[in-house]
Design a protein around this ligand. Structure first.
Ligand code: NDP
Length: 328
């Protein structure tokens, strides 16, 4: 068998962490041939709760789980990490200004970027889940100058999966028949789920839907505001679906997209589709052999252009704000 892969998870005692760790340990992140060692990072007050989760993980007797270590120090937690899932973040609380939110997260993601730079394995792959995810990823990346920038990604796979589910419902087709859907931009309410290049059982999805009003007034807002709808219904934010999307993101990154399909990942822009270079923005990507590539040459219509630009503008503003705060 293979040597164990070190997977560092931050915010391990949180809701998403609780839904995520058991799936990693059961082999769903990296596959049934790959043993994993979990390295859990928590703030000191939450270490005890993480220890409780670790006890439950042991009690599952997962054959692929080769060890669990718990830390309250980022340098130690990222030592030797091959995969890092950055889930812990400072959520926006009532009355908090955006600058305060970005500053609080700078205090988390700057030292984590430094720790990844100092001690992670050469093949480190980073997924940021904690919000504001794209900009948190940018902060971490800018403090890890020795790690290739493309290893820092943020999660829009949950948005992608939500869009698949809504489209599947609208057309009455299984999600498995839908390909080439794209989330563009920021993981926020400005994100743009694009079905103009999507295919449903081989047919163009926008043509199959043939309902511009549904697209503009139902589909896009439903996908973008799904998080709030879940809080409203459940009395707590989405956790299992976020964890599931994190598993999908890393699994696809490592194992590749299917022929004739792509996925959505927020990645450092190379300037494609007029997204300013360096911004961590969501794109259509194919993956192979642990590397991803932006799908090139898609024609962007005016409807899409306007929405991509609006989300990218928000990302630019967030970048300017963290720059001004000295966080990048
Ligand atoms: P959750 O586990 O529910 O969420 C964690 C983060 O994921 C939040 O920033 C949340 O953002 C974000 N997120 C991204 N996408 C989604 C989504 N679709 N649905 C829900 N959340 C999403 O938070 P908890 O408060 O339960 O747990 C956080 C844990 O992190 C705590 O145990 C805390 O101690 C820890 N923590 C650890 C740090 C560290 O290791 N250094 C630093 C800070 C916190 P949003 O809230 O905006 O939805």
């Amino acid at each position: 068998t293979q040597a164990p892969v070190n997977v560092t998870v931050t915010g391990a005692a949180g809701q998403i962490g609780y839904a995520l760790l058991f799936r990693i340990a059961s082999g769903q992140l990296l596959g049934q041939d790959t043993p994993v060692k979990l390295r859990l990072l928590e703030i000191p007050q939450a270490v005890k709760a993480a220890e409780g989760t670790a006890m439950e993980l042991q009690d599952c007797a997962f054959p692929l789980l080769a060890g669990i270590d718990i830390f309250d120090d980022a340098k130690q937690a990222f030592e030797g990490a091959n995969v890092a899932l950055l889930v812990g973040a400072r959520p926006r609380t009532k009355g908090m200004e955006r600058g305060d939110l970005l500053e609080a997260n700078g205090g988390i993601f700057k030292p984590q970027g430094e720790a990844i730079n100092a001690g992670a394995a050469d093949d480190i792959k980073v997924l940021v889940v904690g919000n504001p995810a794209n900009t948190n990823a940018l902060i971490a990346q800018s403090h890890a100058p020795d790690v290739p920038a493309e290893r820092f990604t943020a999660m829009t796979r949950l948005d992608h999966n939500r869009a698949l589910a809504q489209l599947s419902k609208k057309l009455g087709t299984p999600v498995a028949d839908i390909k080439k859907l794209t989330i563009w931009g920021n993981h926020s309410a400005t994100q743009y789920p694009d079905i103009f290049h999507a295919e449903v059982a081989g047919r163009n999805a926008a043509e199959a839907v043939n309902d511009q009003a549904w697209l503009a007034d139902e589909f896009i807002p439903t996908v973008a505001k799904r998080g709030a709808a879940i809080i409203e219904a459940r009395g707590a934010s989405s956790a299992a679906s976020a964890a599931s999307a994190a598993i999908d993101h890393v699994n696809t990154w490592v194992n590749g997209t299917a022929d004739g399909d792509w996925t959505s990942m927020a990645i450092p822009s190379d300037g494609s589709y007029d997204v300013p270079e360096g911004l961590i923005s969501s794109f259509p990507v194919t993956t192979k052999g642990g590397k991803y590539e932006i799908v090139q040459g898609l024609e962007i219509n005016d409807f899409s252009r306007e929405r991509i630009d609006a989300s990218v503008r928000e990302l630019t503003e967030e970048r300017d704000a963290v720059k001004q705060l000295g966080l990048i």
